[in-house]
Design a protein around this ligand. Structure first.
Ligand code: GN1
Ligand code: MG
Length: 360
């Protein structure tokens, strides 16, 4: 990870209320697999002197090939949400030029938002109580955006959450990658699933009608909870807001939240109690807009999204770790193994999952 401090002129090119005399202090946030994120302390908030004032990010232009679109989308979405539900997403900070981004001397595109104070961020869900708060947060996010027209209609990443491109890359790399031998077992497992399981997944999930505005990255840690964990205060990381299927968000949330071990462990630990709380919270928040076929798809979405992320990690491993940030050369392989294990665990709970969703 690039650890050089952000150029001071980048920060100064944002329209902040920081006095030009105060020297900002930057701390690298070691989370996130794509962008480089810095917490900025410049002492403008007397009420929270120990917390940062801003979150400054360099957008990864290898992944987001139109980085300015990402910043523009976030500004549009956050100002709309601010008018509907103040504080529910971080306030985006524009550049002094009035544009929602700042470009550094090397052409890198940066964005910035206000830090949201006094919240709790989890990487793993510990109770049904937390699960329902997190799921309601994502459900509410989709609900508030139900009639919103996105400023940028294109996907933030080409084919994001559609399996076709991943499958194409997988089939090619399984035959050509110099790392295929090390990943032999997972390649065999994925190939078998493509034959035996994939046909059970409808085309609508694979390609998407893409009518709903979704968050696109419903990790547990992208919801900021109240300090007691009982309420979602804010939703962060709006990089991937796009048109998609409501179930894509739900499936992503379940694969992130209903795994008691988290995605960086050596194996997975599906928790059906957490699943139940996530499903109830999500459906409750969306009950006025969730169509019958969308509700029916929720369980298949969990398998679909878990398989897809498993495949994305595997493809990236085979491709020499070009996409996700890794700590070592086996990192993506381990991540893929965890997601495939979670996928298999979820399949064995399919009937119970369906029964629960139908009972909500
Ligand atoms: C990436 O960087 P981060 O953590 O916000 C990825 C998500 C994955 C996630 C897995 C644009 O998100 O799709 O689910 O890693 N974001 C992109 O941890 O690919
Ligand atoms: Mg993200």
């Amino acid at each position: 990870m690039q650890k050089d401090k952000p150029p001071i002129q980048v920060f100064k090119a944002f329209d902040t209320r920081c006095s030009s005399k105060s020297t900002p202090h930057f701390t690298l946030l070691e989370t996130g697999n794509i962008n480089i994120t810095w917490l900025v302390f410049c002492g403008i908030d007397g009420l929270h002197p120990d917390e940062p004032d801003f979150v400054l990010q360099k957008i990864n232009s290898h992944v987001f090939v139109e980085p300015k679109n990402i910043a523009e989308q976030i500004h549009g979405v956050s100002s709309f949400l601010e008018s509907k539900s103040p504080g529910f997403v971080p306030k985006a900070v524009a550049g002094v030029t009035g544009l929602p981004w700042v470009v550094d001397d090397a052409g890198g595109v940066w964005k910035m938002a206000r830090f949201v104070h006094n919240t709790l961020v989890l990487n793993k869900i510990r109770s049904a109580h937390q699960a329902s708060a997190i799921a309601e947060g994502y459900g509410r996010f989709q609900y508030l955006l139900r009639d919103f027209e996105l400023p940028i209609a294109d996907s933030p990443v080409k084919g994001f959450h559609e399996l076709a491109l991943q499958l194409e890359a997988f089939h090619y790399l399984a035959l050509s990658s110099g790392r295929a031998l090390e990943a032999e077992q997972l390649i065999r497992q994925a190939s078998r699933l493509v034959q035996d399981w994939l046909p059970s997944i409808g085309v609508d999930l694979m390609q998407g009608e893409k009518k709903a505005v979704i968050h696109g990255d419903c990790k547990v840690s992208n919801i900021l909870l109240s300090p007691d964990g009982g309420r979602a205060c804010a939703v962060v990381d709006l990089d991937t807001v796009m048109y998609g299927e409501r179930g894509w968000d739900f499936g992503d949330l379940v694969r992130s939240g209903a795994n008691a071990l988290g995605e960086e462990d050596d194996t997975a630990g599906y928790s059906h109690d957490i699943f139940k709380a996530l499903a109830s919270g999500f459906v409750r928040a969306l009950q006025d807009v969730l169509q019958v076929h969308e509700k029916e798809q929720l369980v298949a979405s969990c398998q679909y999204m878990t398989f897809m992320i498993a495949l994305r990690f595997l493809v990236d491993y085979l491709n020499g770790d070009e996409y996700f940030r890794v700590n070592d050369s086996e990192h993506n392989l381990r991540r893929a193994r965890v997601q495939f294990a979670l996928f298999e665990q979820m399949r064995s709970f399919e009937a119970d999952m369906l029964r629960h969703v139908r009972s909500i």
